[in-house]
Write a protein that binds this ligand. Structure first.
Ligand code: NAP
Length: 335
């Protein structure tokens, strides 16, 4: 494995000596701005669209808020922390017309560069500085004295300093407390998207829904079905997070472990072609094209899929169970 950098290995001056514009003040943008300031970066601008609901939050947090075009004119480092689907529009309309040679574009996801959504001129540095995890955790782990693991990559190195800036930016987020690793835009984009589509979000939700529907169709009480296929996910993912998959297996009952080992192979065989199709779809850029096109058409497909998912009967069952949990103030795992 390539060299891992920790906080003591890092020189933060390439970022501390520059003006940093954080474009977007959502989950990542806000955490980045707060962590960078706490780590001694003094010149920070928060760049928001006109009428942004985040303007007040950024001002209350003590940051100067500017337009995105002004950020492109004033800052040395442009950290594009807006939602991925708007990167193309922000880049074409607000950044590209005002950016200049010698600036640095930082992204937190490989998406926009690897799939050609953003096409920067050759005279700027383009780097990836990706703390791996949700934006809120970038801040909450930092406040607890820890951090998320960070990954960096260089797409363009016009200044000869791109690597130093990418690693300094991650150091400014505190990621050197957990470790900073090299990657590529391609690797980060595929890993992130495959992970969320096939496993962490799409995969888990598909298995949970299928399990719930099969149990209810077999005449099982929906409350029981929900607890055994959805609600208890938390206990298992907490165990995996703390101890790994083998550690989770060691912690559960032998009955659960015996049955789970027996069916793992057949489930993997069934989903393998689906996973392979997802990898082809993502690698070819087809997923990125579909998502950006849907965004440009008013997110109609996203909203239709969201409405269908929200109307699923298991949501009502889940609300009942969560309200019982809240009344008891203890988990219902004993049911
Ligand atoms: N590598 C990883 O593991 C990882 C994990 C999570 C996220 N990320 C990346 O981090 C970046 C930010 O993600 P996030 O979760 O922080 O996003 P988010 O919370 O959804 O942030 C959205 C921000 O984008 C702004 N925005 C939305 N539409 C806009 C538009 N049309 N024009 C200008 N600004 C607009 C919003 O502005 P308003 O405040 O005005 O609404 C908001 O400030 C993304 O590139 C994402 O992929 C990476």
């Amino acid at each position: 494995m390539s060299k891992v950098l920790y906080q003591a290995d890092l020189d933060l001056s390439p970022v501390r000596e520059r003006t940093v514009a954080i474009i977007g003040y959502g989950n990542h943008g806000r955490s980045h701005a707060l962590n960078l300031r706490d780590m001694g970066v003094e010149q920070i601008l928060v760049a928001l669209r006109e009428g942004s609901a985040s303007r007040e939050t950024a001002r209350t947090d003590g940051f100067e808020v500017v337009s995105i075009a002004d950020a492109a004119r004033q800052a040395d480092i442009l950290a594009l922390m807006a939602a991925d689907e708007v990167h193309g529009e922000i880049w074409r309309e607000h950044l590209l017309p005002h950016c200049r040679a010698g600036q640095v574009l930082i992204l937190a996801h490989g998406f926009s560069i690897d799939y050609g959504v953003v096409d920067p001129p050759a005279d700027i540095d383009v780097v990836l500085a990706a703390p791996k995890g949700p934006g809120g955790a970038v801040r909450s782990s930092f406040e607890r004295g820890g951090s998320l693991i960070g990954f960096w990559a260089v797409h363009q190195d016009a200044s000869g300093q791109a690597e130093a800036i990418a690693t300094a930016y991650l150091g400014g987020l505190g990621c050197g407390r957990a470790g900073i690793y090299p990657t590529s835009f391609k690797e980060e984009a595929l890993a992130d998207i495959l992970g969320e589509q096939a496993v962490l979000v799409g995969g888990i939700c598909a298995l949970a829904r299928e399990g719930y529907e099969q149990l209810v169709a077999s005449g099982i009480n929906p409350i029981m079905a929900y607890i055994d296929t959805v609600h208890e996910l938390k206990y298992i993912t907490d165990l995996i997070h703390e101890r790994g998959i083998a550690g989770m297996y060691a912690a559960i009952s032998d009955t659960a472990e015996f049955g789970a080992h027996e069916v793992e192979d057949s489930i993997r065989t069934a989903v393998r072609p689906v996973f392979e199709a997802i990898i082809r779809d993502v690698t070819a850029g087809d997923f990125a094209r579909r998502w950006v096109t849907d965004y440009e058409r008013g997110r109609k497909h996203l909203y239709a899929m969201r409405a269908k998912a929200t109307a699923h009967p298991l949501e009502r069952t889940g609300r009942l169970i969560r309200s019982a949990d809240a009344r008891r103030k203890e988990p219902l795992a004993w049911l």
